[in-house]
Design a protein around this ligand. Structure first.
Ligand SMILES: [Zn+2]
Length: 112
């Protein structure tokens, strides 16, 4: 399942970062999901909650998935968020951004 591997990747990424910083717990993971990634953010959050269940480091961790609008551009000079038809010339615009799934921030608690 597509969403499962994404959820697991996010968990693994956060876990590596948390260990590198000697975190005692992970509080929040902020993720941007491009609308063109064809991912259901609710599903990712649900699966993430299942995966983290047995990890004490993640007991209070919240996954915050934010959907981001796609960015496109066209040879005619158009730049915007139309993905199928360029409003200026009618051609198919090129997708610049919108398929990525990016961890933007991880909030952790560290021992003194
Ligand atoms: Zn155009």
């Amino acid at each position: 399942m597509h969403e499962y591997s994404i959820a697991y990747d996010l968990y693994a990424t956060a876990r590596t970062a948390a260990r590198e910083h000697k975190a005692t717990k992970v509080m929040k993971i902020n993720v941007e999901v491009g609308k063109m990634a064809m991912v259901n953010p609710d599903q990712v959050v649900f699966l993430f909650d299942t995966i983290k269940e047995e990890d004490p480091l993640f007991r209070e961790a919240v996954l915050d998935c934010r959907e981001t609008e796609p960015e496109t551009r066209c040879l005619c000079g158009y730049a915007g968020s139309e993905i199928y038809v360029c409003p200026k010339c009618g051609a198919l615009p090129e997708l610049v951004k919108g398929r990525e799934i990016v961890v933007t921030n991880i909030e952790i608690d560290v021992e003194d």
